[in-house]
Every structure is written in structure tokens, then in C-alpha cells.
Design a protein around this ligand. Structure first.
Ligand SMILES: [Ca+2]
Length: 172
């Protein structure tokens, strides 16, 4: 019994190690991971005022924000400029001491794709968000993508405002 139990633990450890390796692809194991969104172009479905431009989410500062007008399904789109292997989208919610209403970030789909008509779901955030929350959305598999779209898909009277979005990726 003792021997079998030890053996089972060893087998279980091997399985867990292999499962943890699954999301990674040997093609990218030795490549450097970086924030492919930094300094890149961004658009949003509408702009509250010019102070709250979409590219505020890719400027590396947590002190400024993108901000749509009130809509049913507001969205934010980041153009990485070329294709990368994307594996995680990291979203920084607002600081309520500067900007109100972190709860407004909720029920959001995070989609990625090589073109605007071939977007796939990377993950979903139900929320509602809390003050200065950092939300890491790990795609279930590596996604080859140039575009990253964040869109609130539930409810009405929604604003989308975020401090920063990092797109962790490796070069293709
Ligand atoms: Ca920012």
C-alpha cells in the first residue's frame, strides 16, 4: 500500500506538471514576454471628452483614463500594429480618488484576433470591478492577434473607462 501510494503521488505530480505546460507552446517557450500594447493605437466606441482619449490605456500611466459616453455596449479596441502571440490581457480599473465608479466595469468580453472580422473570445470579466482592481484575463490558448477588444455586453446605460491595458505577448 505504501509503495502504491507513493507511486500514485509521483504519477499525479507528473500529470500536474504536464497540465501546467499545456497553455504554452514550445514555439514560444524561449521567447521574451512583453507588453505589446504599450504606446500603440487605440479606439473607443465614443469619447466622453477629449481628455479621455482611448490611447490613455496604452500610455503606461495609471493616472489617466479612457472614457466612453453612456452606451449599451461600449467598447475599446487596441491595435498592436502587427500580429503577436497573445496569452494574457491585463486590465487596470480606475482609481476612485481620481475617477469615480470602478463598478462600471462589468460583464466584459475580451476578444482578440488577427483581423477585425476574425476575433475570438480570450476571456470574460463578470465583476463588477472594484477600486484600482488589476484584472488578468489569460486566454485559454495562445492567440495569434493584432487586435484586442474589450466590450461591455450586458445591461444598459454603460460607461467603459479604464486606466491601462497591457497585452502580454511574444513575437510571432
Ligand atoms: Ca493610462
Amino acid at each position: 500500500m505504501q509503495c502504491n501510494s507513493t507511486n500514485n503521488v509521483r504519477i499525479l505530480k507528473e500529470i500536474l506538471t504536464n497540465v501546467q505546460k499545456l497553455p504554452m507552446n514550445t514555439e514560444v517557450d524561449n521567447k521574451r514576454i512583453f507588453n505589446a500594447a504599450y504606446g500603440k493605437m487605440a479606439k473607443q466606441s465614443s469619447t466622453y471628452t477629449t481628455q479621455y482619449h482611448a490611447a490613455a490605456v496604452t500610455n503606461g500611466l495609471l493616472s489617466d483614463y479612457s472614457h466612453t459616453r453612456v452606451e449599451t455596449k461600449p467598447w475599446l479596441l487596441i491595435d498592436l500594429g502587427k500580429q503577436f502571440y497573445v496569452f494574457e490581457v491585463e486590465i487596470y480599473n480606475v482609481d476612485e480618488k481620481v475617477q469615480c465608479c470602478a463598478y462600471r466595469f462589468h460583464d466584459a468580453n475580451i476578444r482578440v484576433g488577427p483581423s477585425l472580422n476574425t476575433m475570438e473570445l480570450c476571456g470574460h470579466f463578470t465583476g463588477p470591478g472594484v477600486n484600482k482592481q488589476r484584472i488578468a484575463i489569460r486566454c485559454p490558448t495562445l492567440k495569434r492577434a493584432r487586435y484586442v477588444k474589450i466590450q461591455i455586453v450586458k445591461g444598459t446605460g454603460n460607461y467603459l473607462h479604464l486606466a491601462e491595458v497591457k497585452v502580454w505577448a511574444v513575437n510571432v
